[in-house]
Design a protein around this ligand. Structure first.
Ligand code: PLP
Length: 379
C-alpha cells in the first residue's frame, strides 16, 4: 500500500491493506500459495524454506489486521485458542494471571490447566469492578482481559485497568473478538497484546477456524512467531485466504450486525416475556457509559434471560426457525444458544442465559422469529 495506513479510515484499510504491489498485469489479490516447501539451496534462515516457519500467504492478512488494530505486527495462528496459548506462553511456573470470572470458557479451561500443571495462580475477578481488578494485579504476571466479556457482556474500564497493569509491570492481553478492531482498539487503550478468534467476526462466514495476535512490541511478535513454529500452531493457506476475503467486508458486516443488535436489544428490553437483556448499547445497561467512552460501536452479541427460567430458555432455543441454534458467533447468520448447556461454562453464568449472535439479515425478519419464539417459550 502506498498510503500511510495511519491516515486511512478503518473501512479503507479493510479493503486496501495487504494488496500486492501494483504492477501491470499483476493480480489485485495476493496469491494463495499451496506448497509445504520452497526451492532452497541456501542456508536455513532463508525467509521462505518450509511452510511451518512461514509462507507468503500469511503476510497480507497479518498486515491488514495489524493496520486495523493500530499495531505494527500481526501474527496469524491456527485458532483463537492457539493465539491465546501463544500470548500466555511466557507466564512463569507458579506465576499469577488475572482473568475475568466470566470469560471465554476455553480460556478459563486453559488457565486451569496451567494451574494444575505449573502451579499458576488464576485470579478470577469481576472485570467490571475496577478496584477488584487493580487489587488482584499486585504481584501478578499477566492480565488476560475480555471486554465485553463472553458471555455476560460485562464491560471493563479498559484504560484504567490497562494503566494499572502497566504501572505494576504486569503484561496485558486483551481478547478483542467481541468488539472487533472497528469497535475498540485495545492497543491504543494501553494493552500490550491483542488476541482474536479470527473464526468469529474477522473471517465472518462460519467457514474457518483461525486466530491472531497483534502487538506493537518487536520482541513479543518474535516470541509469538517462534511459538507458532515450535508448537506447529500454524494456519493453513486456504483458511488465511478465506479470512482475508472476509476481512474485506468487515466494516459492512459489523455495521449491519451492530445496528441489528442494538435494535433487537431495544425491542427485547420492552418485551413482556423478557426478564433481562444485556447489550452495552442500552442506556440502562450497567456497561453502557464505559462502553460509550472506549468503544466506537457496541458489538452484536446479546445476553437474554426469558421469564420462566431454564425451561423457557430451552423452549426459546427450540422454537426459533430463522435463528440457528448453534455455538460460535460473528457469522453473517444469526445464532443463539443457552451457554450453561456446556458443563464447562462458569457456574456463575445464569442457567437461563441465552447468548445471541446477531447477524446481517433483515432486522424485521429476525425480530418476528425471536418474538414468536419468546411467545412460545411462555406456554
Ligand atoms: C471463540 C472464542 C475464542 C476461541 O477461538 P477459536 O478460534 O474457537 O479457537 C476465544 N475468545 C473468544 C472471546 C471467543 O469467542
Amino acid at each position: 500500500m502506498t498510503h500511510d495506513p495511519a491516515s486511512l479510515a478503518p473501512a479503507t484499510l479493510a479493503v486496501a491493506a495487504g494488496r500486492p504491489p501494483r504492477v501491470q498485469g499483476g493480480p489485485v489479490n495476493p496469491p494463495v500459495v499451496l506448497s509445504s516447501t520452497y526451492v532452497s539451496q541456501g542456508v536455513p534462515g532463508d525467509e521462505l524454506l518450509y511452510t511451518r516457519g512461514g509462507t507468503e500467504t500469511w503476510g497480507p492478512f497479518e498486515e491488514t489486521l495489524a493496520a486495523l488494530e493500530g499495531g505494527t505486527h500481526g501474527v496469524v495462528l491456527g485458532s483463537g485458542m492457539a493465539a491465546i496459548a501463544a500470548a500466555l506462553a511466557d507466564v512463569p511456573p507458579s506465576g499469577a494471571v488475572v482473568v475475568p470470572r466470566h470469560a471465554y470458557q476455553v480460556t478459563l479451561g486453559f488457565l486451569d490447566d496451567l494451574a494444575r500443571r505449573h502451579g499458576v495462580e488464576v485470579r478470577r475477578v469481576d472485570i467490571a469492578d475496577t478496584d477488584a481488578v487493580v487489587a488482584a494485579l499486585d504481584g501478578a504476571d499477566l492480565l488476560m482481559a475480555e471486554s465485553p466479556t463472553n458471555p455476560m457482556l460485562e464491560v471493563a474500564d479498559l484504560p484504567a485497568v490497562l494503566a494499572a497493569a502497566r504501572e505494576r509491570g504486569v503484561r496485558s492481553v486483551v481478547d478483542n473478538t467481541f468488539a472487533t478492531p472497528l469497535g475498540q482498539r485495545p492497543l491504543e487503550l494501553g494493552a500490550d497484546v491483542v488476541v482474536h478468534s479470527v473464526t468469529k467476526y474477522l473471517a465472518g462466514h462460519s467457514d474457518v477456524v483461525l486466530g491472531a495476535v497483534v502487538t506493537n512490541d518487536d520482541a513479543t511478535a518474535a516470541r509469538i512467531r517462534a511459538y507458532r513454529t515450535l508448537h506447529g500452531a500454524i494456519a493453513g493457506p486456504m483458511e488465511v485466504f478465506l479470512a482475508l476475503r472476509g476481512l474485506r467486508t468487515l466494516h459492512l458486516r459489523v455495521e449491519r450486525a451492530n445496528a441489528n443488535a442494538a435494535e433487537l436489544a431495544r425491542r427485547l428490553a420492552a418485551h413482556p416475556a423478557v426478564a433481562e437483556v444485556r447489550h452495552p448499547s442500552l442506556p440502562s445497561d450497567p456497561g453502557h457509559r464505559r462502553a460509550a467512552q472506549q468503544m466506537t460501536s457496541f458489538g452484536a452479541v446479546l445476553g437474554l434471560r426469558p421469564l420462566g427460567g431454564l425451561p423457557a430458555a430451552d423452549a426459546l432455543v427450540d422454537a426459533v426457525r430463522l435463528w440457528v441454534p448453534a455455538t460460535s458467533l460473528g457469522g453473517v447468520e444469526s445464532t443463539l444458544e443457552r451457554r450453561r448447556r456446556f458443563a464447562t461454562e462458569s457456574p456463575t453464568v445464569p442457567e437461563d442465559l441465552v447468548r445471541l449472535s446477531v447477524g446481517v439479515e433483515d432486522v424485521e425478519d429476525l425480530w418476528q422469529d425471536l418474538a414468536q419464539a419468546l411467545d412460545r417459550s411462555q406456554a
